[in-house]
Structure formats: C-alpha cells, structure tokens
Design a protein around this ligand. Sequence first.
Ligand code: FE
Ligand code: ZN
Length: 522
Amino acid sequence: MDTRVAKKKLGLKDRYAAMTRGLDWETTYQPRDKVFPQDQYEGIKIHDWDQWQDPFRLTMDAYWKYQGEKEKKLYAVIEAFAQNNGQLGISDARYVNALKLFIQGVTPLEYYAHRGFAHVGRQFGGAGVRVACQMQAVDELRHYQTETHALSHYNKHFNGLHSPHHWFDNVWYLSVPKSFVEDAFSSGPFEFLTAISFSFEYVLTNLLFVPFMSGAAHNGDMSTVTFGFSAQSDESRHMTLGIECIKFMLEQDPANVPILQRWIDKWFWRGYRLLTLVAMMQDYMLPKRVMSWKEAWEMYAEQNGGALFKDLARYGIREPKGWKDACEGKDHISHQAWATFYQYSHAAAFHTWTPSAGEMQWLAEKYPDTFDTYYRARFEHWAKLHQGHDRWFNQALPMLCQVCQVPMFFTEPGDAGQIAFRESSHHGMKFHCCSDHCKEILDNEPVKYAQAWLPVHQIYQGACYPPDVNPASPGDSPVREVLRYYGITGGEDNGDFADSPDRRHFAAWHGQPTPPAAGSTP
Ligand code: FE
Ligand code: ZN
C-alpha cells in the first residue's frame, strides 16, 4: 500500500508567483528589441525585470470576483437612487454643474487611461509590469462605465450632460484635460507611467477624487458617493503601482535619475495646471462646501507630497521644479478660474453664477490674504451688472498657453496684479506660455507642442464651424455658429444659472414659485 503524500500547499507568495510569473516566453525567430520596440528609446535602462515587485498581489480570478461584488452593490444603489428620484434630494440645482464638469472633463480621462494602460502594457519587456498595466486598463474602463451609468440619471432631468464625448473632443475648456492625457498617451511607455501612475495617481489623485466625492456626499448625491467608494479601492492599487514603478526605474540604473527628474518636473506641473478645474469646482460650484482648495492642497499636497519627496531624496530625486509656485498658487487659482468661466459661460456647457454674500464671506474667511484684496470686487461688480439685466459675457477669445491650454489668466508668482506671460521662439514661430514651467516643457520638446490643437486658434482658422455655415447670410454670428458646431444649446446648456431652465425646473419640482429670471442667485 502506497503512503499518501500530502500535497504541499503553496504559500500566498509562491502561489501568486506560480500564477503570474514564467507565463511569458523568450523570443526566438525575432530579436527581442523588435518585439518590444518602445522599451528602450526613451533612454530608461532596465537590467533585471524580475526585480519588479507587484504592488498588489492579485490574480485575475480574484480580481474578477472582487470587482464583480463591488459592481453588484454599486448598481443596486444607482438603481435605488433613480427609483426614488434622488435628484430631488440634492442641495441645490447648482450642484449638478459640478457633475457636468466631471462627466465632461474627468470621465473621458478614465477612458483614455484605459487605452493608455492597454497600450503600454504591450510595450514592456517584463511580465510583472505588463500584468499590472493590464489590470489597471480594466479598472479604468470600469471607472469610465460606472461614472457614465451613475451620472446618466441626471441627464434625464438636467441640461449640459447630453454630449460629453463630442464636447471633450471639441470644446475649448475641455482641451485642457484632453491635451493633458493625449500628451501622456503619445509619450513613451516609461514616461506614460511616470505621468499617469506616479505624478497623477500617486501625487495628485486625492486632490481630484476627494473634493468631488465628499462634495457629492455633502450635497446629497448618494449615487456619485457610491461610485466614489467603488473606485477608491482601485485608486489605492493605482497609487501603489505609481510609487512602485518610480522606485523600480530609479533602482535599475543611475542613468535613469535625470530622465525621471525631468518627467516628474513636467508631469507634476501639467497635473497641477489640470487641477485648476477642480480647485474652481471646490470653491465655487458646491452649494454646500467641504473644504477650500487651499485646505485640500495643504493636506494632500504639502503634507503628503513633502514627505514623499523627502523619501525619494535618497535616489537623488528632488521636489518638482514647479512645487513652490504651485504652493503659492493655492491662494489664487480657484478665483481666477471661476472669474474666467463666469465671463465665458455663454460658450460653456455648464452654468456659472456670482457667489452669494454668504459664499463670499466663506471665501474671505478661507482666503484671508487674497479674496477681499484681489477677487471680491470683480464678483460684486458683475453681480450688480446682472441685477441691472446686463449680464457680462466676454466676447473676445482669450490667448491660451501652448502647453497646458488654460487661458492666460494666471498671475506672476509674488504679484497677483500681473498676468504671467512667457514667450518662446521655435522653427521661426512664436509661442506663448502661462508660466516658467509650461515654457520649460515647451522648450524641451518644441516639435511636440508646436502641434498643439489650440481651440482659440482653431476657431479663428475656421475649423470649428458646422459644414453648412454661411458667413454671408444676414445675421450670421460666429459665436452662435461655434456653439452649433459644439452641440451646445444656447439658453439651456450654457449661460448664467439664475436664468437657466435647470433652476426653474428644480424650483417647480419642489412646488416653489419660479424664481426671478435675473439677478441674485440663492
Ligand atoms: Fe480611474
Ligand atoms: Zn501653461
């Protein structure tokens, strides 16, 4: 009789290794460099791919099971929210404008991140990083879908939510997120990881998700909150991947350090400029506020980021070049951005308004050094004009930064009375930037940024008109035609909140009298 041999059970680590390693193969009939043509041309040197430590030990079967359970819970909440007309329970119809900005400017980024990780996952010579990229690609696709589903309910009841994809590809302010993610997408695979996994996911993601999700909680939007929870566990994996990939590259070869430093400088600044939209949302678009942009910056960037760059100093990495200017900007950027959107609300797919007296009081308390000194008078002036039925809309198109594509409204570090402006010449052409850091990005890669699709230039070149436009027809209006090309419905999707159907409908649903058309907001 044979003795029964007890089958040795593998430990978690060995089991994981058995299921994820050694599944790839060595190339035979083609040289390896031809199979992975992109993993060397950026200059990053990798000597041993096996040194890659997977940040989350998750096999594919566990991944599907885990995500599937989260999905069931999320859709149960979304369903209940719709059944119970959850849109009636939000704080104020102004809140929905934060969701409009989210689905127009953030959700498409998830889809791009999905494509980006699927693409770079193919480009790396190491199997560990390929698996991590594959999982993140699936996560991002899921984020895109769950956000779209969670917000689709609002599209039945509010304007400004019907064409986010067309808007992302065409509308002026959405070229800020679009150019950011396309810049990452069109770089090499290691720069993509530095841009998205490290600079965005690890350093800055809390500044994007926390304001939107806690803003949702404070304003009665349980369906968005649940989406936030569902995505949060993915985000922590993504952040771990971000720090792992940066440490892996730094440890592989000292020659990688200066390349990574330049990417960190670049992508910190690009991410920071992109977050201007979040800063504005947080300080001006939430009827019930959570914390100011300045407080969020101090908590998530200055405290966490400070510790991070101290930790990376042992590899020879210093804090990003734009760090100090970004910290100074915390007092200014939300006000400057909202003041700009306020003026261009006729060309955007969401509403703007002047803050109420109480809200200005809150802003003055949160920004004691800047709000009353630099920004209050502007809003009071516009509110007065609006009360006199002369709502101010700026008809001149602004100059845009060649790199971040934000209109040139940022001010000089140390002098908030002076618009910052930088100029560079390349290939016999002049280019304009909003800051030293955007200029440095341009000067490092002028061939790339010379091709930037700048919305204002495109409008002036006639590239943003519908095909049947006839400038010779009587009463032709260039702005009206651009809006028609954008698919923005004038008087519904755009303009001042006080005059919007969103506001009238919300009042009517609550059995309240129709509020006066122009003048003060609640
Ligand atoms: Fe995501
Ligand atoms: Zn810029």
